[in-house]
Design a protein around this ligand. Sequence first.
Ligand code: HEM
Ligand code: MG
Length: 296
Amino acid sequence: MTAQSGILLESCKAGIFLEANVVDVSLLANASRQFIAQLTELQTQYSDAHLGATVAFGDRVWKQLTGADSAPELKPFTALGKGNLSAPATQYDLLIHIQSNRPDVNFSVAQSAFNVFQSAVKFQQEIHGFRWIEERDLTGFIDGTENPKDEQRAKVGLIATGDDADGSYVFTQRWVHQLDKWSKLSVAKQEDVIGRTKPDSVELDDVPATSHVGRVDIKENGEGLKILRQSLPYGTVTGEHGLFFISYCAKLHNIEQQLLSMFGEVDGKTDRLLGFTKPVTGAYYFAPSLEKLKAL
Ligand code: HEM
Ligand code: MG
């Protein structure tokens, strides 16, 4: 089997994230095939762009398309945490994730997706992300240091065997940063919030339990719970901005455990990042292998 081309790409300069609710499931199979055909053409035409895209489905639609056996871990994302330290659920049915080194080419791919899917879905969110200086998040911290590299990416990101082989569980979460508040912290205090140094992303000697790294660097039976992150900064300078978080994993469990830990659902401790940025969306999806997508 073959993984969809948007999953494992490294260090892309730009991405577009489209999320939609399905109004006519019967049109999805054909729309997906058409999209993959048009994507393949654009990949050939702009071979310099390192273009990839992923089509992924929410639980409701995936069960309608394939029955209950595929992607057994898939479920709708439900809200986590309490009050102003909570993660809202905005489960949609369809995700299209486009990434490459060329925002102009990404735009053409998104137009293609819009054209082929618009009769099947109602689009709910469209976010254009960009790689910022030195792969930093808008907090100024390097994002992706501990991301799996080389052959580890497939190992972490893709289901290894069985009927779902080369498929992947996906989580999306759009965060809105409060940079005014963040910038009032000294660099040392910011480093305590993240758990790594700001200039060069070195892990602190004593990672605070409530720092971001302290919350998500989790071991289970002696083994680290790894995920593959493909997040990008997005937004405008004068308006809303933050991180469009997206992660892929062979196991939805790994992503979920990190979220439970961040939002106080494991030991009551919450991620100190939540004082400076808020999630406003959240959804789980399954991205089938290319073969499975074409055979829907
Ligand atoms: C690490 C930023 C949300 C999972 C990091 C690092 C930064 C960062 C700066 C350290 C460098 C690195 O290893 O990449 C952010 C920001 C977020 C956010 C700004 C939201 C606004 C999340 C969420 C998850 C997550 C929602 C999980 C669902 C991870 C993981 C690591 C990490 C697994 C690596 C930990 C390690 O092994 O040391 N993040 N992150 N992050 N983050 Fe996040
Ligand atoms: Mg670590």
